[in-house]
Ligand binder design. Structure first.
Ligand code: PLP
Length: 388
């Protein structure tokens, strides 16, 4: 059975060009870039080139790019490294809809005596910037707010937020794991201090990420040890991963236009056909400010997991809520923060597309969805109940 993969916010297929670029760095060019000999040194040169490709995609200087092991490590380093650099400040501001890579760190900080403010969102997942402003003070060490939500695709006005925060001398971090490669960035013209990205979300390999650190930003390293990454992140480099990420960034610049035209059109076609053919369905998130590849749709009275199982029979991969929480049947914390009614939050499905998806795949899914929903509604004990 062919797989129709609509779960690209969970992870993406490694691009062929990325895989080919990585291949020599396992068994041929396996030297340690820190070695003095030419064999290792040539790897160091390739890492430098990869760093330049990342910097070109982000619109920053290569020296501002630190390679990490994943988006999660980048997020942890940004938050904990900032707190270590400004120990007299004890307040952290974030949102209730962050990925667990940020939210769990912040909640742990609260247990350790920090004041943590979690900003709420409205029904469409939008922030109230007035509320954010009212919390900024001299005790605030860092504000960490995602660029776009992994579950709904809602994009936050990061530049406006970054200016508001940094104008007060507070460090601003954004988890841009879902944005890099989908929306153009130019960090040279931005106020963002720290930005996280992850290789496996943009057709690069798993196990590699980046923390962008704007020149002059006060931050301490999380991992101590060797002098790699200019002493800012110890540990022998994941050379194939870094080379692959460099290639993925190079390709992302090339495919950005496609992402925002063809992929967006496919997403819109899928979304509008499903909404038209499946009664009691609705979009979750801000329909105006949204990632071009993502749609999150709630189907009242049925379980998202049941829909996923039925889709799976046709080889269609999607997600109910975030991939990282899909092991539990709790409704997503993002949809709960948006006040999505319980019966709708339970029946939410995220379709996240990529440049590898085709019109035929979208049409096949459009054809199958109404029968799946109708069948599950026939079986549902909740149909006809009043929702709260
Ligand atoms: N931040 C967001 C918004 C994500 O979607 C993810 C992964 O799903 C992460 C952070 C974690 O990235 P990684 O899997 O590279 O640790």
């Amino acid at each position: 059975m062919n797989v129709i993969y609509f779960d690209n916010n969970a992870t993406t297929r490694v691009a062929d060009e990325v895989f080919e670029a990585m291949r020599p760095y396992f068994c041929e060019l396996y030297g340690n870039p820190s070695s003095m000999h030419t064999f290792g040194g040539q790897v160091g040169v390739r890492i430098r080139e990869a760093r330049e490709h990342v910097a070109a995609l982000l619109g920053c200087h290569p020296s501002e790019v630190i390679f990490t092991s994943c988006g999660t490590e980048s997020d942890s380093t940004a938050i904990l490294g900032t707190l270590a650099a400004v120990p007299h400040r004890r307040k952290v501001i974030t949102t209730r809809v962050e990925h667990p890579a940020v939210l769990t760190v912040c909640r742990d900080l609260e247990n350790r005596g920090y004041q943590v403010i979690e900003l709420g969102v409205d029904k469409q997942g939008r922030l109230d910037l007035g509320e954010l402003e009212s919390h900024l003070d001299d005790d605030t060490a860092i504000v960490t707010i995602m660029s776009a939500n992994n579950e709904t695709g809602t994009v936050f006005p990061i530049e406006k937020i970054a200016r508001m925060v940094t104008d007060r001398g507070i460090t601003f971090h954004t988890d841009a794991v879902q944005v890099v490669g989908k929306i153009p960035l130019n960090l040279a013209d931005s106020c963002v201090n720290l930005l996280s990205l992850s290789g496996h979300k943009l057709h690069g390999p798993k196990g590699v990420g980046v923390l962008y650190v704007r020149k002059g930003t006060r931050i301490a390293p999380l991992l101590l040890g060797g002098h790699q990454e200019g002493g800012r992140r110890a540990g022998t480099e994941n050379v194939p991963g870094i080379i692959g990420l460099g290639k993925a960034c190079e390709l992302a610049s090339r495919y950005m236009e496609d992402e925002n035209t063809r992929v967006r059109t496919l997403r819109d076609r899928l979304e509008s056909a499903i909404l038209a053919s499946c009664p009691d369905s609705r979009i979750n998130g801000d329909p105006e400010n949204r990632l071009p590849n993502t749609t999150n749709i709630s189907f009242e009275y049925i379980e998202g997991e049941a829909i996923l199982l039925m889709l799976d029979r046709f080889g269609i991969c999607a997600s109910s809520g975030s991939a990282c929480t899909s092991g539990s049947l709790e409704p997503s914390h993002v949809l709960r923060a948006m006040g999505v009614p319980f019966t709708a939050a339970h029946g939410s499905i995220r379709y996240s597309l990529s440049r590898y998806n085709t019109e035929e795949e979208v049409d096949f899914t459009i054809d199958k969805m109404p029968q799946i929903i109708e069948r599950l509604r026939e079986l549902s004990p909740f149909v006809g109940q009043v929702t709260a």
